[in-house]
Write a protein that binds this ligand. Sequence first.
Ligand code: PGA
Length: 315
Amino acid sequence: MSYRLSDSQLANHITLHQLQVFEVAARHGSYTRAAEELFLTQPTVSMQIKHLTKAIGMPLFEQVGKKLFLTQAGRDLFTTCQEIFGRISQFEMSVADMRGLKQGYLKVAVVTTAKYVIPRLLGPFCQRYPGVEISLKVTNHSGVLKRLSDNKDDLYILSQVPDDLDIKSYPFLSNPLVVLANHDHPLANEKNIPIQKLAELPFIIRESGSGTRARVQQLFNIHKVVPKVKMELSSNEAIKQAIAGGLGISILSRHTIALEGSSGQIAILDVENFPIPCHWYVIHLAGKQLSVVAQAFLEYLQTEGKQIAENTAWH
Ligand code: PGA
């Protein structure tokens, strides 16, 4: 059956932009956050949705207290929008593929530990493909998983591969977790420190949702170590500063001190059962059709990118 735009009354009265604004507002359940994501003002968002609601002739949202909920019509429209935008981005991808690697857009999300490695690897890739534009999002393990399940990016890099999602994963680099302390720490020159000793020292821990924290917790549970948590910080850099300031010890990816090495203000303690052997993986949703650019980056990461990272990690 062929379709003519004039067959649809609605298509003559609504715009793609309105649908885009609605999709973002529905996803966030908030006009304010939609305005932020789209770089619009809140009244503009509200006006676009008002026009859309009028054209459809039924309310799309209902406000209960301060919360915004989708009505049945709103939910149906949300699904429709996701189908429409999914198809448009597929089309965009196939056009980009037709142009090859001369031009394209690559979206990558990585865990905070990988930010010490990935930006460096982007240099040679961008030089080879100067027309490719890259967006790199850095967040913690649960942030990356959320982006993955929302299908926000082309590729993701993290340590613990989720087993509840249908994904494809490719081993990338080793990401050992080590015990870090101030260089002047009394244990800095000791060998084979028993893991139980860690329970006696003030400990700085990453936020919940961090993969590093989950892995540390796992090892502590096995050895029945209850750390004396002095501080919780959501940034590896802030933790390094706190260690340098003598506030305590922590367990972080060895990559976090790759640039300064262990010769700076921070030392790696020689503790039994360490380093915790972790490994980064590059993953994507199994159903995702990778663009030519994403495919090229995946191959680059597994070959040259990996080589560059291994040569510059720490020696
Ligand atoms: P994160 O990184 O602590 O920033 O969540 C963990 C990981 O390496 O997967």
